[in-house]
Design a protein around this ligand. Structure first.
Ligand SMILES: C=CC1=C(C)c2cc3[nH]c(cc4nc(cc5[nH]c(cc1n2)c(C)c5CCC(=O)O)C(CCC(=O)O)=C4C)c(C)c3C=C
Ligand SMILES: [Fe+2]
Ligand SMILES: [Fe+2]
Length: 344
């Protein structure tokens, strides 16, 4: 008679132990170091994900390894250094996601609930944190992908990675995932309050507010990704809440990458057009990002501010993401507690 193999206690807790609930906040990922090597390692992992670049065929492998990973990392490392948290020697995305996790823990963690955070690419990895949670006795796991609008390139790949980690476990924790929250009243209210508070503190009032979302190839949406629709729904809800006409709160898409057509209108082209059309004051909000990162702090607050001013614009103000602000944390807590119902 063959014996069952011994179970690895760090990977197997269901049905034994203190039966805790783990809450894992997950954002995209970021390099460990703001140098060419660190950015290359990060980009290689990111851009090898078929949820991000769907055609991972030979041509892409040649382009990625032969061109992109030889040229982009040094340029992007320079950009990362412009926004790096030098005190903690880490990227702002890491600093802010940790702060969100710590503040949520201060509110809801205890004997029954453990809160942690992870990155889909880079560190801390999803596998290291899921294993740490199960080792602490969590036999139930709530994963919160920190993306208000669902896309396969972001939310789905978080789940893919969690499922891969669980696939190696004999006794898996029971899993829940928070749904996209693009039209959730708590999210729309938090955005509106943060926009209003920011505008109150300005020495000018913007002629136009631009809501800029991370873009994606148009063909992903044509194949059925609901991302664009959810971005539109967020902006529509914000217009209603702030009582703004469509021309006063625009929706644009940023961060174009590669040669395919991406979702439009593009943020950089819109900045240029607005300035050329005589708009002198703009404010930009980035509701698709749960935390400030390279794409907001460098691409919007620096690059797009320069584009606007270069073409004749005068005042440009970037409205920070919800981050670990009071209203932002209220929202995360509400969404998490709602999904924990019946568990705690
Ligand atoms: C085909 C490529 C990409 C898709 C699709 C994509 C979607 C997407 N991304 C975010 C959020 C973030 N992206 C960030 C950086 C970033 N994104 C891409 C490419 C795609 N993103 C690249 C190559 C990079 C790295 C920087 C660069 O080389 O240009 C970040 C910031 C990370 C940081 O370290 O600060 C975030 C956040 C969303 C929401 C999204 C959905 C459509
Ligand atoms: Fe991205
Ligand atoms: Fe960018």
């Amino acid at each position: 008679m063959s014996m069952a193999p011994p179970t690895d206690p760090s990977k197997s807790v269901a049905g034994i132990g203190p039966e805790r609930v783990g809450v894992l906040l997950v954002n995209l990922g970021t390099p460990d170091t703001a140098d060419t090597r660190g950015v290359r390692v990060y980009l290689k992992e990111f851009l090898s994900d078929p949820r991000v670049i769907e055609n991972q065929g030979l041509v892409w492998k040649l382009v990625l390894n032969g061109i992109i990973l030889r040229t982009r990392p040094s340029r992007k490392a320079r950009d990362y250094r412009k926004i790096w948290n030098t005190e903690k020697n880490e990227s702002p995305l890491a600093t802010i996601t940790r702060a969100q996790s710590e503040k949520l823990a201060a509110d809801i963690a205890g004997d029954r609930v453990v809160v942690d955070w992870a990155m889909r690419y880079g560190n801390p990895s999803i596998s290291s944190r899921v294993n740490a949670l199960t080792a602490q006795g969590c036999d139930r796991l709530l994963v919160m992908p920190l993306y208000p609008q669902y896309s396969a390139a972001t939310s789905a790949t978080v789940c893919d990675e969690v499922f891969r980690v669980l696939a190696s476990m004999r006794a898996q924790p029971t899993l829940r995932v928070t749904p996209p929250y693009y039209d959730d009243a708590a999210y729309v209210e938090a955005l509106a309050v943060s926009i209003e508070a920011h505008l109150k503190g300005l020495s000018f009032q913007p002629d136009v507010i631009v809501a800029s979302f991370h873009g994606m190839p148009k063909k992903y949406v044509e194949k059925g990704d609901p991302y664009e629709r959810q971005c539109m729904a967020t902006v529509e809800a914000l217009r209603k809440r702030l009582n703004l006409e469509p021309a006063k709160l625009l929706l644009t898409f940023q961060s174009r990458f590669g040669f395919d057509e991406w979702l439009q209108p593009y943020t950089d082209k819109t900045m240029e057009r607005l300035a050329k059309d005589g708009v002198r004051r703009v404010a930009v909000v980035t509701p698709g990002f749960a935390a400030d990162c390279l794409e907001t702090l460098e691409e919007i607050a620096q690059e797009n501010a320069e584009i606007f001013q270069h073409h004749g614009g005068e005042q440009f103000s970037f409205i920070p993401c919800l981050n670990d602000s009071e209203v932002g944390m209220d929202m995360i807590r509400q969404l998490v507690l709602r999904e924990l119902q019946g568990w705690i």
